[in-house]
Design a protein around this ligand. Structure first.
Ligand code: ZN
Length: 162
């Protein structure tokens, strides 16, 4: 019997590099237009479809803004590997990307820059935001934890003039 071709380490690295670049482009594209009427919730859902395809991960996204109990317990979001679902209790790009990195940790354990999964997820989310939406990145960095709450108000539409 012929052995199945396993992707080599270097071709995986190329895949990760390309997918990360596409992630940055998708973030910039979905959130930098000031004039469109699409809300952040829809933008995050659209972005998720794109990232899911690009990273080849079968994972659902559910946004439950009124689930205050889970919001308090989880801090705003969670990824459930069992049902392969990201649950967002806040409409926030930085929170969504943080959870998406947990998805990547699950599917691609080797694609990780930091040992601690929480630090790794925060670092990745900030890294792709920094490249895709530099002015939003400054806002997130300046406001730390609270950025997840104020982010929605800014609608991320802060990069167009840059
Ligand atoms: Zn986390």
């Amino acid at each position: 019997m012929k052995k199945r071709n396993v992707r080599s380490k270097s071709s995986k690295d190329v895949f990760f590099k390309k997918a990360q670049l596409k992630t940055v482009e998708a973030i910039a594209k979905s959130f930098s237009n000031r004039n469109e009427k699409i809300g952040n919730k829809k933008k995050i859902l659209n972005l998720h479809s794109e990232l899911r395809r690009e990273w080849r991960v079968l994972v659902d996204l559910k946004i439950e803004e009124k689930n205050y109990e889970r919001m308090l317990i989880t801090g705003g979001s969670e990824f459930e590997p069992k049902s392969s679902t990201i649950k967002l209790y806040l409409v926030s790009l930085v929170v969504y990307l943080h959870e998406f990195k947990h998805v990547l940790q699950f599917f691609y354990p080797e694609y990780r820059a930091l040992k601690d999964p929480e630090e790794d997820a925060f670092a990745w989310a900030l890294a792709v935001i920094k490249q895709g939406l530099p002015r939003y990145y400054e806002l997130v960095k300046k406001n730390g934890f609270f950025a997840r709450f104020i982010a929605e108000r800014y609608r991320y539409e802060v990069d167009e003039e840059a």
